[in-house]
Design a protein around this ligand. Structure first.
Ligand code: DGL
Length: 266
């Protein structure tokens, strides 16, 4: 089973998920697609997100992917059900359900906060799913729309990013939370700054590791794991060249990565 795993996001955010998958499943090949021509996804309509997701998933299926990981919360919120119906022959994995399962098992009678793009917050997908899984939890949420473009531009771990993060996290609905879900795959890059704001008193949950473990379990169950002994091949595609994508993907995966421009919108 040397077919690749397809992974996609609007830009660099999904690299946090791809990195966790490559650590959990080092022998798997994967194709990553960053839709840099359309980022940020967080302020687009759900119709646009569905259109982008359909086209990208068709591209990945055309490359013979054996599974697709929607490494983006906004696309998971708006397009997961549609992609499942569009590609019934392969597993489609979203980044929301494994995280919901993790925190609804761990917390009881507490408050689990959500920060995410406008699109994810407006969809109310996290409060709906978490409350369905565990009705004792309260799920306050707040949109943090500047964060994904800020991170995409390489602004993290500096004074500017910490000031913006502090301002968002001071929202009154996030007072007295026990845990905070980073419900955007760009946000693991600012996890230390978020933890710093809460003085390590709040568990800051990023979905990357949880989703990678879920992907491993699912592929094993479906007998889709690779039998390769060598390290998997990684291909990175972007819909529009950006310097920050190149810099971040090299930061995550080293100098050897191959970056391909795929103009699927032309
Ligand atoms: N990383 C994506 C998410 O998880 C999208 C961020 C954006 O492009 O706005 O929602």
């Amino acid at each position: 089973m040397d077919r690749p795993i397809g992974i996609f996001d609007s830009g660099i955010g999904g690299l946090t998920v791809a990195k966790a998958i490559s650590e959990a499943l080092p022998n798997e090949n994967f194709i990553y697609f960053g839709d840099t021509a359309h980022l940020p996804y967080g302020d687009k309509s759900k119709e646009s997100i569905r259109l982008y997701s359909k086209r990208i998933s068709d591209f990945l299926v055309g490359k013979d992917c054996k599974a697709i990981v929607i490494a983006c919360n906004t696309a998971s919120a708006h397009a997961y059900e549609i992609l499942k119906k569009r590609h019934p022959a392969i597993p489609i994995i979203n980044v929301i359900d494994p995280t919901v399962k993790y925190c609804s098992k761990k917390y009881h009678d507490q408050s689990v906060g959500i920060i995410a793009t406008k699109g994810t917050i407006k969809s109310r997908i996290y409060p709906r799913k978490i409350k369905k899984a565990n009705e004792t939890l309260s799920v306050p949420q707040t949109a943090t729309p500047l964060l994904a473009p800020m991170i995409e531009e390489g602004f993290f771990n500096n004074n500017i990013s910490q000031t913006i993060i502090n301002s968002y996290l001071s929202a009154k609905q996030l007072k007295s939370i026990s845990a905070l879900i980073l419900a955007c795959t760009h946000y693991p890059l600012i996890k230390p700054e978020v933890e710093n704001f809460f003085k390590n008193k709040v568990e800051v949950i990023d979905s990357a590791t949880v989703v990678a473990e879920y992907t491993k379990t699912l592929l094993k169950k479906k007998k889709l794991l690779s039998k390769r002994k060598k390290e998997g091949k990684k291909v990175f595609c972007i819909s529009d060249y950006t310097l920050s994508f190149e810099a971040t993907s090299r930061l995550f995966f080293g100098e050897k990565i191959k970056l391909e421009e795929e103009r699927i919108w032309d």
